[in-house]
Design a protein around this ligand. Structure first.
Ligand code: ATP
Length: 247
C-alpha cells in the first residue's frame, strides 16, 4: 500500500540526505502553490515528483534552487537554501534544468555548452561526457540552438546542466512535448547521469516515464503530496492507475 502523505515514505534509505524539505509553503499573492510539503532526496537516488498542470512542481523546483521565497524548511546538504543565493548553490553542485530550457537560441550547441561551464574547469572532459551521452548534439555542435528540434533542445538543456558539474540535478519536465523516440534518448541519458553518481529530483507529468526511473515517487496535487512511495506501490495504487495510467 502507498501511504497518503506519510512522512516515513518521504524518506529515502541511504541515510545521507542531499535535500530535506519539511512543511514547505509557497504563495503567489493569495494563491497557495505549496501547502506543507515534506520531501527527502538521499545521495544517489532519483526521486520523482509527479502531478498534473498547476500542481506546484515547478514552484517546488524553483524554491529548491533558491529562486522563490518560502515558509518551512528547505536544506541542501544541511544548509538552509534561503540563506544562500542561487549562484552559491550552483557552486555547491545544485543545478536546475528548467522546464523552459533557457537556451541561448542564437548561439551554437557548442557555445551553449561552454556557457554551462563558465565557473568550472575541466570543460573538455565534461563536454566529451555530454557528447558521448547525446551523440546527436556533437553532430550538430555548430548549429544554432533555436533551429534544433524540441528533443534536441531538451538534450542540449540537460547537456548544459551537466557542464556545470552537478552533484544534485533538478530536472523540471524533461519529457514535455517530446515524441516517444526521443523519450528513449532522454531516458538513457538520465540513467547514465545517475550511474555517474548524480542525485536527481525529477519533476514530471509523464507518470510512466517517472515510474521507469525513480527510486521513490511523490504525487503532488494542488500543492500537497497525496501519495508517496516506491514505484511498485505507486504503480499498483488504484487512484493512480485510474487517474494517471489509464485504468
Ligand atoms: P505545469 O506542469 O503546468 O508547469 P506545475 O505543476 O509546475 O504545472 P506550477 O507552475 O508550480 O505548477 O504552478 C502551481 C500554481 O501556482 C498554479 O496554480 C499556478 O497558476 C500558480 N503560479 C505559478 N507561478 C505563478 C506566478 N508567477 N504568479 C501567480 N501564480 C503562479
Amino acid at each position: 500500500m502507498s501511504s497518503e502523505s506519510g512522512s516515513a515514505a518521504a524518506t529515502g534509505t541511504s541515510g545521507t540526505p542531499v535535500l530535506s524539505v519539511s512543511d514547505l509553503r509557497v504563495n503567489y499573492g493569495k494563491v497557495q502553490a505549496l501547502r506543507g510539503v515534506d520531501l527527502t532526496v538521499d545521495e544517489g537516488e532519483i526521486v520523482s515528483v509527479i502531478g498534473p498542470n498547476g500542481a506546484g512542481k515547478s514552484t517546488l523546483a524553483n524554491t529548491i534552487s533558491g529562486f522563490k521565497e518560502y515558509d518551512g524548511r528547505v536544506e541542501y546538504r544541511g544548509q538552509t537554501v534561503s540563506d544562500r543565493i542561487p549562484e552559491d548553490l550552483v557552486e555547491d553542485g545544485l543545478i536546475h534544468c528548467t522546464e523552459s530550457r533557457d537556451l541561448f537560441g542564437f548561439m551554437s550547441v557548442d557555445d551553449n555548452l561552454d556557457l554551462g561551464s563558465y565557473r568550472r574547469g575541466d570543460v573538455k572532459e565534461r563536454k566529451s561526457f555530454v557528447y558521448d551521452l547525446f551523440p546527436r548534439l556533437e553532430e550538430r555542435r555548430d548549429q544554432e540552438a533555436n533551429t534544433m528540434s524540441g528533443g534536441e533542445q531538451q538534450m542540449l538543456a540537460i547537456g548544459r546542466s551537466l557542464m556545470s558539474d552537478p552533484d544534485f540535478l533538478v530536472l523540471d519536465e524533461p519529457t514535455l512535448g517530446l515524441a516517444p523516440v526521443i523519450l528513449e534518448d532522454i531516458s538513457e541519458g538520465i540513467q547514465a547521469i545517475q550511474d555517474a553518481g548524480v542525485t536527481i529530483l525529477l519533476c514530471e507529468q509523464n507518470v510512466t516515464f517517472a515510474l521507469k526511473h525513480a527510486d521513490r515517487i511523490n504525487l503532488l496535487e494542488n500543492g500537497e503530496f497525496v501519495r508517496q512511495g516506491p514505484p511498485e506501490e505507486i504503480r499498483n495504487d488504484d487512484y493512480i492507475r485510474e487517474s494517471y495510467l489509464g485504468g
